[in-house]
Design a binder for this molecule. Structure first.
Ligand SMILES: [Zn+2]
Length: 480
């Protein structure tokens, strides 16, 4: 969610280059090529451009004071509809947007059920978390911008129109991807890219600033699902990375590094649709970022990170590929997250003239609820598992998921199937700290929640175990 970025120029660590997993130059004995798997999947893809024709307020950074004023790179929604021989199916929709609003998920669920008979567990919506795309959260935009007089009524109208366009576009996109299904085979591989780095730098006194922190946890894996048609053409490349999509600032529309990675892949592999799945990158930033390298422009940096990621996908395609067999089974539910309520003293700090009427009223309501002895209503966090037989397990969690979740799940689920953990899926409600991050505090640990309009307080440290238990529960369900 909104970040007021702080840029530290002196730390210009160049971590942008993907590296190859090849073992060297010496001639190696020829290995027999693994037999190509049968084309026993039906897969279809569809793409819809989301870039609006005119200016629009953009999401992600709280410090923007005007709507967009041009386009760096078009933003897209893309869908891949996958079906196994027994009719097990899932449609994965990837969005070059900051998040997935609850209302969008609800609309898509309702209409995809009516039109195509899809169940909630057969739909996965993932947002790339680009901070340079149109604002998809109209209510927040109205509250925060209209009051401060930076936004005009016509700006609000543009955001509301975008919401309506987006809802309809996604339902159509799902239909188009299903209609485009042809016999295909699928394979999985992975490589890595090096530009993601932990961004929670401790000062040793219990505070955490948003700055490169190479000693912090990181997940630099790049999982790749390759879809090939029966006649051998690459149809889709679904790939992931766990890193904030925030190389750029400014007011030009762009998919940021993930947008460039998709564009580079679609150029390198003509006819293929490249779809980016955001991982657990809530506490990870792409480094270096703007202003960190004295003689490198941000326009060059964003392409460098995009190229590092697309090259990691190419590396994965040249690594051993694992055939993906069925059956495809999925499950979807919500982990119920409890809040740690703010105290009356903390809430009283939101009563001053510096706050908007919406914040003041919200603080008043929370104080009254506290006086009545009520606990804040818990938040339902979507959790989804998609199991491709014993070959690949995809876990998709809602919110801005911190990297500990993906590292823990890859540890706990280690077994015959490869494990892919996505964050920013199905509802992006704000930060989902791990126990460690919540106990440490700072922005991702609860600081961002104490803006009170969106949340009544930080989540409890037990949050991590509640989410992980839900993942295990859903996996037991699909393995039955
Ligand atoms: Zn974020």
């Amino acid at each position: 969610m909104p970040h007021v970025s702080r840029i530290l120029v002196r730390c210009a660590l160049l971590f942008g280059l993907g590296w190859s997993l090849s073992t060297g130059w010496a001639a190696q004995p020829a290995r027999p090529e693994p037999k190509a798997p049968a084309a026993d999947w039906k897969v279809g893809v569809a793409t819809r451009k989301l870039t609006p024709a005119g200016p629009i307020w953009m999401a992600g950074y709280a410090n923007r004071a005007k709507p967009s004023d041009g386009v760096d790179l078009d933003v897209f929604a893309k869908a891949v509809a996958i079906e196994d021989a027994q009719g097990g199916r899932v449609v994965i929709v990837t969005l070059d947007l900051v998040g997935v609003p609850d209302g969008l998920r609800a609309y898509v669920e309702r209409h995809a059920a009516e039109k195509f008979g899809l169940k909630p567990h057969e739909i996965l919506l993932n947002a790339s978390h680009t901070h340079s795309a149109p604002q998809p959260y109209p209510d927040r935009m109205v509250l925060e911008r209209l009051f401060s007089r930076m936004a005009k009524q016509e700006d609000v109208d543009a955001v509301n129109a975008f919401e309506i366009f987006l809802q309809k576009a996604l339902v159509e996109l799902i239909g188009e991807s299903r209609a485009a299904q042809t016999p295909c085979r699928m394979e999985f591989s992975q490589a890595r890219a090096g530009f993601a780095m932990n961004r929670r730098r401790p000062d040793g006194k219990g505070n955490y600033s948003n700055n490169p922190y190479p000693a912090g946890p990181v997940d630099q894996e790049v999982p790749v699902l390759k879809v090939t048609t029966a006649d051998g053409k690459i149809k889709a490349l679904l790939f992931g990375y766990a890193c904030h999509n925030t190389t750029l600032g400014g007011t030009k529309i762009s998919g940021d590094y993930a947008g460039y990675a998709q564009q580079f892949l679609e150029t390198s592999y003509p006819g293929a649709t490249a779809l980016f799945v955001m991982g657990c990158g809530a506490d990870q930033n792409p480094y270096p970022r703007r202003g960190m390298v004295p003689d490198q422009s941000v326009d060059e940096l964003v392409k460098q990170h995009g190229r590092a990621l697309s090259n990691a996908v190419s590396t994965a395609l040249n690594s051993p590929l694992r055939p993906i067999k069925g059956p495809l089974r999925s499950a979807y539910d919500h982990a119920i997250l409890e809040y740690e309520p703010l105290s009356k003293v903390q809430l009283n700090n939101f009563q001053g003239a510096a706050h908007t009427p919406a914040v003041i009223e919200r603080a008043r309501n929370l104080i009254q609820a506290l006086d009545r002895g009520e606990r804040p209503k818990p938040l339902p966090c979507p959790v989804q598992v998609v199991k491709f037989g014993n070959d690949l397990t995809l876990v998709a969690i809602g919110g801005e998921v911190t990297v500990d979740y993906s590292l823990r799940l890859k540890r706990e689920l280690k077994g015959p199937a490869a494990v892919w953990v996505a964050g920013y899926s199905n509802s992006v409600f704000g930060y989902l700290g791990s126990r460690r991050v919540i106990e440490e505090g700072g922005y991702e640990g609860g600081g961002a929640n104490i803006r009170i309009l969106n949340h009544p307080g930080p989540f409890k440290p037990e949050t991590e175990d509640v989410v992980i238990a839900k993942v295990h529960g859903l996996l037991r369900q699909v393995q039955r």
